[in-house]
Design a protein around this ligand. Structure first.
Ligand code: UD1
Ligand code: CA
Length: 465
């Protein structure tokens, strides 16, 4: 694109998307945790558009508020009250927001989330002197798509919609994926001459191609990145494409992604070089994995920060939590919101934590529930310990000061403080604070009766007869 030419994106997002069978407007359905229309607007901006005019209709309030939050003053909106076709939609955009605009237009459909900015840039550059340019693709099964019609010299002369095709045109396997560049002055004029004389009684944007004042420029693209989503099977297909693209990009940036086909990384996650992600891991929300951390098979993390050198063993599930440097978690543990594990701490297998801070080097190794806890440094919580944090009405806090040792199978009834270096004997139910350096023991004393076992067995056998 030459210097003086400006570029504005128009994104069509007014349709209901009936085939999605959903209460949610189609373009708000997420692909890799980002709404489809956000991907499209992003691609247009990345391709050089100074702003995007989004045509909204169905579910407009939700679509507008989402895009305003994300793109602020780089998006504007045009309302299309009645969906009278893609040509009508572009006319609404120009009438509402681009009356005097003289530059170039990049027109995209809001249900086409996998398109890449690189492809769009190439199209913009290639068609800089033409009144219209478009992407084309070949499809073995072209049904449903507009077909590309060319003249003897191979120049595109028209797009014919599937439902308007003659039997011969139906055989054409070159299709219109729906990505266009127009000269604004040409489009404004041509738009005023569109008619709805077609099978659907709509104003077709595609009719602009036949009206082009200069030879139409076309660029062959890859259908996988240009596919539109009409139903949820296509939503799944397009997500596969984007998921792989995200994973490959992280791999190129220095993250080990053991299986790029079987890993899910949401659009807002951040990974540092030398992080290791094993197969079947799902990273969601704003999860961050720092350098040298390892997330092993099957972990599911949402809004979690994993610090450098930490290890999440297989099947750890964590939400809104932070895992300290060189800490160790799992396998099979569940960190619920507001768990904060300090450096070199350890939460072993089959543990559940919630709203709990664990100090440096402290350990909760086996089968414990730790809720509303504040654990100092060097604390050891034995197997099967339960923090009884809930009295049926309120939640209460348990504080274990530095160096505390909790024997296995203990119940700590909150509110409770166990002082520095204190020791709780195995199998205790602790209801009162334990002073520093004390031993708390709350189980009945053991009695041994010599020779009693065989007498007992004889008595039981006699009773059975
Ligand atoms: C369109 C193209 C077709 C192309 C196909 C690619 C036209 C006439 N046809 O057909 O050549 O092969 O896409 O997927 O353009 N929309 C509005 N307002 C309207 C109508 C549509 O905003 O009045 C929006 C929809 O929300 C959607 C997009 O435009 O995001 C495309 O509309 P859709 O009805 O899906 O077009 P297709 O029939 O698929
Ligand atoms: Ca479509």
């Amino acid at each position: 694109m030459s210097q003086e030419q400006s570029l504005v994106g128009i994104v069509l997002a007014a349709g209901q998307g009936t085939r999605m069978k959903s209460a949610l407007p189609k373009v708000l359905h997420e692909v890799c945790e980002r709404p489809m229309v956000s991907w499209v607007v992003q691609a247009a901006l990345d391709a050089g558009a100074s702003e995007c005019v989004v045509v909204v209709g169905h579910g407009r309030d939700a679509v507008m508020s989402l895009l305003k939050d994300e793109f602020e003053d780089r998006v504007r909106f045009a309302v299309q009250e009645e969906q009278r076709g893609t040509g009508h939609a572009v006319r609404c955009a120009m009438d509402a927001a681009l009356q005097d605009y003289q530059g170039r237009l990049l027109v995209l459909y809001g249900d086409c989330p996998a398109l890449s900015a690189v492809t769009l840039k190439t199209l913009v550059t290639k068609s800089e002197n033409a009144s219209s340019g478009l992407m084309v693709a070949t499809k073995n099964d072209p049904r449903g798509y507009g077909r590309i019609v060319r003249n003897e010299s191979g120049v595109v002369t028209a797009i014919v919609e599937d439902r308007d095709c003659t039997p011969e045109q139906k055989e054409i396997c070159e299709v219109n994926p729906g990505l266009y560049v127009f000269d604004a002055a040409f489009a404004r004029d041509a738009m005023s001459r569109l008619t709805d004389d077609n099978a659907q009684g709509e104003l077709y944007l595609t009719d602009l191609i036949a009206m082009s004042e200069t030879p139409v420029v076309d660029l062959l693209g890859d259908m996988a990145e240009m596919m539109g989503v009409n139903d949820r099977s296509q939503l799944a297909e397009v997500e596969k494409t984007l998921r792989l693209r995200i994973n490959i990009a992280w791999a190129r940036s220095g993250v080990t992604i053991r299986d790029p086909f079987g890993t899910f990384i949401g659009a807002e996650c951040v990974l540092e070089p030398d992080a290791v992600i094993e197969p079947n891991v799902h990273l969601r929300g704003k999860t961050i994995v720092h350098s040298g951390a390892r997330v092993d098979v099957g972990c599911v993390l949402k809004d979690v920060e994993v610090h450098g050198g930490a290890t999440l063993k297989p099947y750890t599930v964590a939400t809104e939590s932070s895992i300290g440097e060189a800490a160790n978690v799992g396998p099979f543990s569940h960190l619920r919101p507001h768990t904060k594990l300090g450096p070199e701490s350890k939460v072993g297998n089959f543990c559940e934590t919630k709203k709990t801070t664990v100090g440096r080097g402290s350990k909760v190794n086996h089968l414990s529930y730790v809720g509303d806890g504040i654990l100092g440094e060097g604390v050891n919580v034995g197997a099967g310990t339960i923090f009884c944090n809930y009295d049926g009405v309120q939640k209460h806090t348990t504080v274990l000061e530095d160096g505390v040792f909790i024997g296995s199978d203990s119940q700590l009834v909150a509110p409770l403080t166990v002082g520095k270096g204190a020791y709780v004997a195995s199998g205790s139910t602790v209801t009162k604070d334990v002073p520093s350096d004390a031993l708390a023991m709350s189980r009945t004393k053991q009695v041994n009766k010599d020779g009693y076992a065989s007498r007992l067995r004889a008595r039981m056998k006699a009773a059975k007869k």
